[in-house]
Design a protein around this ligand. Structure first.
Ligand SMILES: Cc1cc2nc3c(=O)[nH]c(=O)nc-3n(C[C@H](O)[C@H](O)[C@H](O)COP(=O)(O)OP(=O)(O)OC[C@H]3O[C@@H](n4cnc5c(N)ncnc54)[C@H](O)[C@@H]3O)c2cc1C
Length: 501
């Protein structure tokens, strides 16, 4: 299978060599032997995250079982100049947890304890390895839940969610991870603990919490997360609406939002996505429609009843050909199961898929979709589209076969062109999956030289040695110049590139 080895390909400045032997000698005095993996057959499973296009087998994997052990690992990395890549559940889709060729991969999945749950304060304190869904499962006895619900929630960890600022179908109304986390314990590269945020309504000092969320393991390792829990709504129902075109479905989204309704979820799927999912999940979708919308209302019985009537009227007015509203909790969950399984369903019709993640102002939906349709011809690859339509977050799924020569390159270029288009229409290159390795070039399109310098300076403040998840998220100005997006003169580089391997 054809894969790209980005870490090697993008090696930039060389720093003093990592002393992995010194690291192993020190760390084996602190961690039990079963927490240190070095044999190739042990480390193989960690060679990639959900973006399997990029693979790099790590020389060492450590699996600490306590915060103290995490600190010891970081102290040893610092002492022996060893790069360190954090990993939660490895479901990331942008290569954020792709290992470093000369570094240590630190898996945080064993820190999976729900430390406390306070139903009166509506707060839970959890280890970074706790699965997203496990928080809601633990809170359910109190009628509470944790709102951000990535489709991967059955597997992904809250530490990974914090690092990626993950979203999900219910984030339109209830916010992303950043809106639902109140406090973090973070291990620094020097092996110390800092606390960001507070459970008090206001905290003194700089607001570092929000700038940390979404930092993709580049600033520190999350060792504890305090999340906000919210009451489960009394009632929730979903309307599934069929449309004769994607544009008409997009108009439905616009008219709902313009009417002042903030649905609990508002998702759009095109015909190819619907036909991919339906045989897999039997969600009850209309496979003849060119596009379907799923629109959820939640609240009290009365509120939901009234809002659903308004939603149905608005969607009928923009040309919905079929409206079906869930009549039971089972049916509601089935409607969502289809959408949440869209990525795995791609595996039924294509050996590989490449999931893109850009956001656009909603008014450009039609233009962007017809451009994507033209790109299918240009790159000779199929693409199906699912969106968090309410917040303009596109997830085009480019279908390809890595065993066919040239298809990986075409899939990559197709994806890059979609992201460049998102920037061109005033959007961004990621809605929720992060930049990782995948979108480094497009960072050069999205941000100016001054902005990238500011990011570098911020990274340096936390990690002056460039050891935390290097080669990810922030491109160097030199790289942007090579990509053709920036003219760089020596004097422009106020902050020389962070030493890299
Ligand atoms: C089928 C599928 C559906 C998905 N749906 C969604 C979706 O709806 N919404 C969405 O936002 N994402 C979605 N994702 C992407 C992914 O699940 C999220 O990005 C998730 O937050 C990653 O969590 P993880 O535990 O798997 O992290 P990993 O993949 O292990 O790591 C992700 C990043 O976080 C860093 N990291 C991990 N743990 C820590 C820690 N403790 N401290 C510091 N840094 C850390 C890693 O270095 C890496 O940069 C989906 C993925 C799949 C495969």
């Amino acid at each position: 299978m054809e894969t790209l080895s980005r870490p090697a390909q993008f090696a930039e400045t060389r720093a003093p060599a990592a002393d992995l032997n010194g690291f192993l000698t020190q760390i084996s005095q602190v961690l039990p032997a079963h927490c240190i993996l070095t044999r190739p057959e042990q480390t193989k499973v960690y060679e990639c995250d959900g973006l399997s296009l990029y693979r790099q087998q790590p020389p060492v994997v450590v699996l600490p079982e306590s915060e103290q052990q995490v600190l010891a690992v970081l102290q040893a990395c610092r002492k022996f100049n060893v790069p360190v890549v954090p990993r939660g559940a490895g479901t990331g889709l942008s290569g954020g947890a792709t290992p470093h060729a000369e570094g240590v991969l630190i898996g945080l999945a064993k820190l999976n304890r729900i430390i406390s749950l306070d139903p009166l304060a509506c707060l839970a304190v959890v280890g970074p390895g706790v699965r997203n869904l496990a928080i809601s499962e633990a809170a359910a006895v109190h009628g509470l839940y944790y709102a951000p619900d990535p489709s991967s929630q059955i597997a992904c960890s809250i530490g990974g969610n914090v690092a990626e600022n993950s979203g999900g179908v219910h984030c339109l109304k209830y916010g992303l991870t950043v809106h639902n986390v109140v406090k973090l314990r973070v291990a620094t590269i020097d092996g110390e603990i800092i606390e960001l945020g507070s459970t008090a309504p206001e905290a003194a000092g700089l607001n570092l919490l929000q700038s940390f969320i979404g930092s993709e393991g580049m600033l520190g390792l999350v060792t504890e997360v305090t999340v906000r829990l919210i009451p489960k709504p009394q009632c929730a129902r979903v309307v599934m609406a069929s449309f004769p075109s994607v544009q008409a479905a997009g108009d439905g989204v616009t008219s709902i939002i313009a009417d002042g309704i903030i649905p609990a979820g508002l998702e759009l799927m095109d015909k190819r996505a619907v036909r991919m999912v339906e045989p897999f999940v039997q969600a009850g979708y209309d496979t003849e429609a060119e596009a379907i919308l799923l629109c959820e209302s939640d609240g009290t019985e009365i509120e939901v009843q009234q809002e659903i009537s308004r939603i149905e009227a608005l969607l009928a007015a923009v040309g919905a050909t079929r409206l079906q509203t869930s009549t039971s909790e089972h049916e509601r969950l089935k409607f969502w199961a289809g959408r949440k399984n869209a990525f795995p369903a791609a595996g039924r019709i294509s050996p590989d898929y490449y999931c893109m993640d850009g956001t656009i102002p909603r008014r450009h939906l039609g233009r962007v979709l017809s451009a994507i349709a033209q790109m299918e011809g240009k790159y000779n690859l199929r693409c199906s589209n699912v969106f968090h339509a309410g917040d303009g977050n596109l997830h085009p799924l480019i279908l390809f076969d890595a065993n066919v020569p040239d298809e990986v390159r075409r899939a990559e270029e197709f994806g890059a062109e979609i992201l460049e288009l998102c920037v061109e229409v005033g959007g961004t290159i990621t809605g929720e999956h992060g930049v990782g390795l995948e979108k480094m070039n497009q960072m050069c399109s999205q941000f100016s030289r001054a902005e990238l310098n500011a990011f570098q300076a911020f990274k340096r403040a936390y990690d002056p040695y460039g050891l935390l998840n290097p080669l990810k998220l922030i491109p160097t100005l030199v790289r942007c110049a090579e990509y053709g997006k920036m003219h760089v003169h020596q004097g422009d580089i106020r902050f020389p590139d962070i030493p890299r391997f």
